[in-house]
Design a protein around this ligand. Structure first.
Ligand SMILES: Cc1ncc(C[n+]2csc(CCOP(=O)(O)OP(=O)(O)O)c2C)c(N)n1
Ligand SMILES: [Mg+2]
Length: 277
């Protein structure tokens, strides 16, 4: 049987046993997101001369986080829920040559790790953040998260979420990330292109991918994918007729110095300063 071309990026076996099937529930979007990231990395290695060994993955805790050290044939760190970006920052400062890919969730980024998220974007640290947004806390029983849509039903909101939902892309954009985009698991080509662009872009890249959780939403994955197509609209087509739809596309793509290049300028100035008695 012909092997899947991305299989080389998975370990033969890991803490969860054999690499396939993944530990995720059937129909979970996390495996698709992992495949998008692999496809992006594959194109950078084969077409742009990137080295596999320079990619390092960091994740926190959550269903999405199972995608790193459990399975990847890359250097990776499975770290603490909500502190993913703090730990990725440390890895980056230790070796700025690395391409750090942070796989995070809507809870990890938008709730417990919200403060780290804001300041990572503000500092414009050279990290590529891929957020698997399944709109709830998948791993702990499907509780509402900051991205659960208003009115949506979860295990903690059986009568519908009465809170306002949060737009992570708008937050990343306002906080100053260089590159910000949102897609869904029903948009594979666009997601892969955004991840490639994000990795190539100096500074913080935030790529949010809406992902289906058939287990907690108790729906079929294919129906959820069809809904992603129906519920979303390209940012540039948003107007009064599309009210209530979820905007997808590129929210921000700007040229600005990343944290490390600004820091190196300061180091250079300090080293060249003549100390006066
Ligand atoms: C410090 C800390 N607080 C809470 C938890 C419990 N916990 C584990 S995963 C999780 C939520 C994960 O949600 P999300 O980041 O959206 O990931 P998903 O499982 O949906 O992929 C929580 C609250 C924890 N492990 N550590
Ligand atoms: Mg989640």
């Amino acid at each position: 049987m012909k092997k899947h071309p991305m299989l080389k990026y998975l370990k033969e076996s890991g803490p969860c046993g054999d690499r396939l099937p993944l530990i995720m529930c059937p129909g979970c979007g996390a495996g698709q997101i992992l495949n998008f990231i692999f496809m992006a990395i594959e194109s950078l290695i084969t077409e742009k001369g990137y080295y596999k060994d320079n990619f390092v993955f960091i994740s926190g805790v959550g269903c999405h986080a199972r995608l790193t050290s459990h399975y990847l044939n890359f250097d990776s760190g499975w770290t603490i829920h909500g502190r993913t970006l703090a730990i990725a920052t440390g890895a980056l400062l230790a070796n700025p040559e690395l391409h750090l890919i942070v796989i995070t969730g809507d809870g990890d980024t938008g709730a417990i790790g919200g403060n780290h998220f804001i300041h990572t974007c503000r500092r414009n640290l050279n990290l590529t953040i891929v957020c698997s947004n399944n709109k709830l806390y998948g791993m702990t029983g499907g509780q509402s998260s900051p991205t659960t849509l208003n009115g949506e039903t979860t295990s903690t909101n059986p009568y519908g979420n009465f809170e306002a939902d949060f737009d992570l892309c708008e937050l990343a954009k306002t906080a100053g990330a260089s590159h910000v985009a949102r897609w869904t698991t029903a948009h594979p080509t666009q997601s892969i292109k955004s991840i490639v662009k994000g990795i190539e872009k100096p500074g913080t890249s935030f790529i949010e991918i809406l992902s289906q959780c058939p287990t907690h939403f108790k729906r079929s994955p294919s129906e959820m994918l069809r809904d992603f197509k129906k519920q979303t609209v390209r940012l540039e087509k948003m107007d009064e007729t599309t009210a209530g739809k979820i905007p997808i596309g590129e929210f921000q793509d700007i040229q600005k110095p990343d944290w490390m290049s600004s820091y190196q300028k300061v180091v250079h100035s300090a080293q060249n300063k003549t100390i006066q008695d």
